[in-house]
Design a protein around this ligand. Structure first.
Ligand code: PMP
Length: 443
């Protein structure tokens, strides 16, 4: 891959050409938990691509199914016909989804899943005769996508403050990050504060104007933030009391990352009104996403077909037969042992990385399942990240790459979410590389 040829490719964000460009721009192949760069160097794929290569690289059974489905039926229009893999996959997903989430609408990724969920919310509210119930509540630190409305939900102002965004329609609550809770507050008091904030928002803005609350069960790109105990169920209860739809954005947490197909109920004991998913559904072998909805919501959307404002929503590649066939095989892999393996190694993964807290630069190592974040601080008394060299994540990443590990740097944090196939000795290697890299960064 020549530098000249690379000039023609536009990549997201300032990553390409800045940090780790040699390895990142030049990844040539993958094998299990590893990727191999243009010079033949093998690196552990610490972020599993982008939280997605859950079953690992070069899985022959996934590649085979991709080819076989393309030879059988490579495309059909979801507007007029159904294809078999999408029908079979829907039934399998309904079997895993919590509560009454028995129906699936497929999209091409996470952003389109979030947009779809919000369009469903608005259409359903129109049909129910309350079109003004359209405000959306999200959280600081959350991430929901790169399209116009989904980006407006994101907790990072730079994602949307430069555009004439849909921000008027969005209310942002405090990030439920126990590490950054106000001084003098314990975790239970912090949880009370967060729930009260939502209650106040509902009281002040009016339940009749708020359509949905959207939340990642564990915030991923915001720095792997596991909310305080009881937070999600109490927010769920507030939504139910006020007829606000609870949308669980499981684009990262579904398909094994937390040891379950969907995490909302199995891990957190809540039943959302909609679940958005993408990424791990195909382990990154084909772009696919979707929204799980209830029969009741579907009924409301269909009812609108008989009203003046007919509901029509679809993407050319909704229910893509190749994506659905790959997702089915990926589910076989998850159910056939990978979920159990992810559950089996996750405590070891968390406790191994926790060792990094012995380094003075590390303020906290936190996580759940096979997702973790190392947050660096200026000093351990203030835990203040602001006076830190903002490039610290990138510098750790650069050292890690030299030693054979890719991580995802986020300003003063590094995020880890390896393929679920990772074994204990590989976790040890990953932690050792991070330890050395953080020490080198401190020198
Ligand atoms: N929701 C969450 C929680 C995500 O992490 C992401 C992507 N990182 C998205 C939505 C958007 O997904 P996509 O990039 O596939 O559009």
């Amino acid at each position: 891959m020549t530098a000249l040829a690379r000039q023609h490719l536009v990549q997201p964000w300032p990553v390409a050409g800045e940090i780790g460009a040699e390895a990142r721009g030049g990844i040539r192949s993958g094998e299990g938990i590893y990727v191999i760069d243009g010079e033949g160097r093998k690196l552990i794929d610490g972020p599993a691509g982008m939280w997605c290569v859950n079953a690992g690289h070069r899985r022959k059974e996934l590649a085979d199914v991709l080819y076989e489905q393309a030879m059988e039926l490579s495309y059909n229009s979801p507007w007029y016909t159904m294809n078999e893999p999408s029908v079979t996959l829907s039934a399998r997903l309904a079997g895993h989804a919590p509560g009454d989430l028995s129906h699936v609408f497929y999209t091409t990724g996470g952003s389109s899943a979030v947009e779809t969920a919000l369009r469903f919310m608005q259409f359903a509210n129109n049909v129910r005769g309350r079109p003004e119930k359209k405000l959306i509540v999200s959280r600081q630190g959350g991430y929901h996508g790169s399209t116009y409305l989904s980006a407006s939900l994101n907790g990072r102002p730079r994602d949307h403050d430069w555009m004439d965004s849909a921000s008027d329609q969005v209310i942002k609550l405090t990030c439920p990050n126990p590490f950054r809770r106000p001084a003098g507050m314990d975790e239970a008091q912090f949880c009370d504060m967060l729930v009260e904030e939502f209650r106040d928002v509902i009281a002040n803005r009016g339940a009749e104007r708020i359509g949905a609350f959207i939340a990642e069960p564990v915030m991923a790109s915001g720095g792997v933030i596991v909310p305080p105990y009881g937070y999600l169920s109490r927010m769920r209860a507030l939504c139910s009391e006020n007829d606000i739809l609870f949308i669980a954005d499981e684009v990262v947490t579904a398909f094994g990352r937390l040891g379950s197909v969907f995490a909302s109920q199995e891990v957190f004991g809540i039943e959302p009104d909609m679940i958005t998913f993408a990424k791990g559904v195909t382990s990154g072998y084909f772009p696919l996403g979707g929204v799980m909805i209830s029969a009741q919501l579907l009924e409301d959307l269909r009812r609108s077909n008989h009203s003046e404002a007919m509901f029509a929503h679809g993407l050319t590649y909704s229910s893509h037969p190749i994506g659905c066939a790959v997702a089915l095989k990926n589910l076989d892999i998850l159910e056939g042992g990978l979920l159990a393996h992810a559950r089996d190694v996750s405590d070891y993964f968390q406790s191994s990385l926790k060792r990094l807290e012995e380094l003075p630069l590390v303020g906290e190592v936190r996580g759940l399942g096979l997702m973790a974040c190392i947050e660096c601080v200026a000093d351990r008394v203030s835990n203040n990240p602001l006076t830190l060299d903002l490039e610290v994540g990138k510098r750790i990443d650069a050292h890690c790459q030299e030693l054979g590990l890719l991580v995802r740097p986020l300003i003063n944090m590094c995020v880890m979410s390896p393929p679920l196939t990772i074994e204990r000795p590989q976790i040890d290697t990953m932690t050792d590389i991070l330890h050395t890299s953080i020490r080198r960064t401190m020198d």
